[in-house]
Ligand binder design. Structure first.
Ligand SMILES: Nc1ncnc2c1ncn2[C@@H]1O[C@H](COP(=O)(O)OP(=O)(O)OP(=O)(O)O)[C@@H](O)[C@H]1O
Ligand SMILES: [Mg+2]
Length: 284
């Protein structure tokens, strides 16, 4: 099922914080693709992709296609699917082994307006199988094209590795959103990934822009507070104003396919992702 209703829009408006503009898209405009990426593991990429999708779709108008670009298939599992039982996954889109209709590839989730292209562990084989293919960095961009008219946004949940899958995601994306948890030495992690983004901009996708850096899993500890201050001082307006708090509610909701706005509605994490969606779409 592809939720086909197109999206109402408010036209292009500048994002208040950054030099780029994240916009709410007009009817008939193809989806904007946002890669949620960081080569560091466990920083909240999958959680942010899912809850941001649910927050964006909460207006009942916006439609979001989540795309699980990680062979661990955490997003696919979190949304209630067993990767072993799927008839088609992102692997099939990458290898082009057979013609795929939207109905075969795109699954409805329990949240209205949110759909999923699922992953399975087989996706890892793409790294070697396609290593010598010409234009291998653009396969995902080409594969997603037929579906873009049916959605407002496509959110790519990227794997924690700098391989062909990540390169494909960043090559297909209009924007990259970089989650970083404040429980790690965030400032040691980000420059390496920023360099990857710059390289993709230089070599493959000059249109890629930074949507922003998102502080996640933020605890009320001294260390986390220092990390957040350091992030603010270094990245200034590139850091989203919205801070995602650490909460057991995030973990619990990820264990069920129900939307955080049903399960954990009113929780600090749900409200933070709602604020992020507003910040991203300039609705605040
Ligand atoms: N706001 C939060 N509060 C508490 N725990 C969180 C929060 N966000 C994510 N987590 C937990 O942190 C862990 C890592 O989160 P997640 O899987 O989203 O990160 P990731 O960057 O996608 O990881 P990977 O790199 O392995 O794909 C998970 O156990 C998740 O439940
Ligand atoms: Mg993940």
């Amino acid at each position: 099922m592809v939720p086909g209703e197109a999206q109402g829009g408010q036209g292009n408006r500048r994002h208040p914080l950054c030099e780029f503009s994240i916009i709410r898209y007009n009817e008939g405009v193809p989806a904007k693709i946002i890669a949620i990426a960081n080569h560091k593991g466990g920083v909240g990429k999958t959680t942010s992709a899912r809850f941001l999708a649910e927050a964006l779709a909460a207006d009942g108008v916006t439609t979001v296609l989540l795309c699980d670009v990680d062979p661990h298939a955490s997003l696919t599992k979190a949304l209630g699917f067993n990767p072993k039982e799927l008839k088609a996954t992102l692997y099939d889109l990458f290898t082009g082994s057979r013609e795929l209709s939207a109905d075969e590839l795109i699954l409805p989730t329990n949240t209205r307006g949110v759909s999923l292209i699922p992953a399975s562990p087989q996706l890892a084989e793409v790294e070697t199988q396609l290593a010598s293919k010409l234009n291998r960095e653009r396969i995902l961009a080409r594969g997603l094209k037929p579906f873009l008219d049916s959605f407002t946004y496509v959110l790519l949940d990227c794997p924690p590795a700098l391989g062909l899958l990540n390169t494909n995601a960043l090559s297909a994306a209009h924007h990259v959103l970089i989650p970083v948890s404040t429980d790690i030495m965030a400032l040691n992690v980000l420059p390496g990934f920023e360099e990857t983004v710059h390289e993709i901009q230089r070599e493959i996708n000059p249109e890629l822009v930074l949507a922003g850096i998102l502080a996640t899993k933020h605890e009320k500890t001294e260390h986390a507070r220092h990390m957040l201050e350091a992030l603010r001082a270094t990245y200034k307006e590139k850091l989203f104003q919205t801070i995602i708090p650490a909460s057991v509610n995030a973990k619990n909701t990820m264990a069920t396919p129900e939307s955080i706005f049903e399960n954990g509605s009113g929780s600090s994490v749900a409200e933070a992702y709602r604020a992020l969606a507003h910040e991203l779409t300039d609705h605040a």
